[in-house]
Design a protein around this ligand. Structure first.
Ligand code: CP
Length: 331
């Protein structure tokens, strides 16, 4: 169902998303063991190529690949031949000639991972965030995290719930939607799973059109707060020019920030997510970021299991050995 590449949540559809979330539940169990490794990708080589900064995604993918027993190579773009003018195509062809099985790419240009997939014949390509376009593994880990939280609240096993816990849920995504690849991946994931999504932003921080997105749009946060089951808070993407789109940071915080006063007005059981990195005091108050309803640290934790699931499904089709005792024997 998943593969050969993970470029967009749209590659997965409803069933593919649920498949990744369910396999991730198995890997989340593995993470609780003393030996956190499985032999599923033993003998495979995975390269990370980050042409843009990252803390969470890079560490998370590299941890995931190592827990699957893959060998991991990390291209340092700043000290690579990219700096001598080598093209993306030639860099990728070099990776291909080395016999690497999968490449995980972050790039400031939307569409770079798709282009990479076109350049490469036998290598799986994973989009780790491309420009304003998409960040599919983030959308998956966010869906995984909220499904787990809703399942725990309902006293059920998340792996048995499919997408049922998303049906009718009201999800608000607030902040810099225009420049956010996370917003696009979350919209695709949450709407595919059956949630009702509302985007909240000033007109200057919305895409020119959201036709076909299956969402509603609001320009004020306060009227939609009380009904929301989940608030996904997004950072102003200053590196993509968001500073030009708001009169001042103070005004953005007053109008669209997840302040302590707004957190108090959320209904019982409502959750807050943030993909990170957070800018405390701007899009989210520091006290709200540390509130137990805010799942930001859980999201980072869950990212490893979700990325293990994505890599496992991409590289093996779900047919490799997962038995933990075998990992002990072969390690
Ligand atoms: N959420 C996210 O993509 O974080 P990084 O930029 O630190 O990878």
């Amino acid at each position: 169902m998943i593969g050969p590449h993970l470029l967009s949540i749209a590659d997965l559809g409803h069933d593919g998303i649920v498949q990744v979330l369910n396999v991730a539940e198995s890997f989340a169990e593995v993470e609780k063991r003393t030996m956190k490794k499985v032999p599923a990708l033993k003998g495979k080589v995975i390269a990370t190529m980050f042409f843009e900064e990252s803390t969470r995604t890079r560490l998370s993918f590299e941890t995931a690949a190592k827990r699957l027993s893959a060998d991991v190579l990390s291209l340092s773009v700043a000290t690579s031949s990219v700096k001598k003018g080598e093209s993306l195509k030639d860099t990728l062809k070099t990776i291909e000639a080395l016999g690497i099985d999968a490449v995980i790419i972050r790039h400031r240009s939307s569409g770079a991972p798709l282009q990479a997939a076109r350049f490469l014949d036998d290598i799986h390509v994973v989009n780790a965030g491309d420009g304003w376009h998409e960040h599919p593994s983030q959308g998956l880990l966010d869906a995984f995290t909220v499904r787990q939280a809703w399942a725990a609240a309902a006293g059920v096993d998340p792996a048995t719930t499919g997408s049922s816990l998303f049906q009718g849920k009201k999800i608000v995504i607030v902040g810099d939607i225009a420049h956010s690849r996370v917003a696009r991946s979350e919209v695709l994931a949450y709407t595919a799973l059956g949630a009702e999504v509302t985007l909240v932003a000033p007109a200057t921080l919305l895409p020119p059109s959201v036709e076909g997105w299956g969402v509603t749009v609001a320009h004020r946060l306060d009227p939609v707060l009380a009904d929301a089951d989940l608030i996904s808070v997004l950072r102003l993407q200053a590196e993509r020019g968001s500073g030009e789109c708001v009169p001042s940071l103070r005004e953005f915080t007053e109008t669209f920030g997840m302040t302590e006063a707004r957190a108090e007005r959320l209904k019982d059981g409502a959750l807050i997510t943030h993909p990170g990195p957070m800018v405390r005091g701007v899009e989210i108050a520091s006290a709200v970021a540390d509130d137990p309803r805010c799942l930001v640290t859980t999201q980072v934790h869950n990212g490893v299991a979700v990325r293990m699931a994505a890599l496992y499904l991409l590289l093996t089709g779900g047919n490799a050995v997962l038995d933990h005792s075998e990992a002990n024997r072969d390690a």
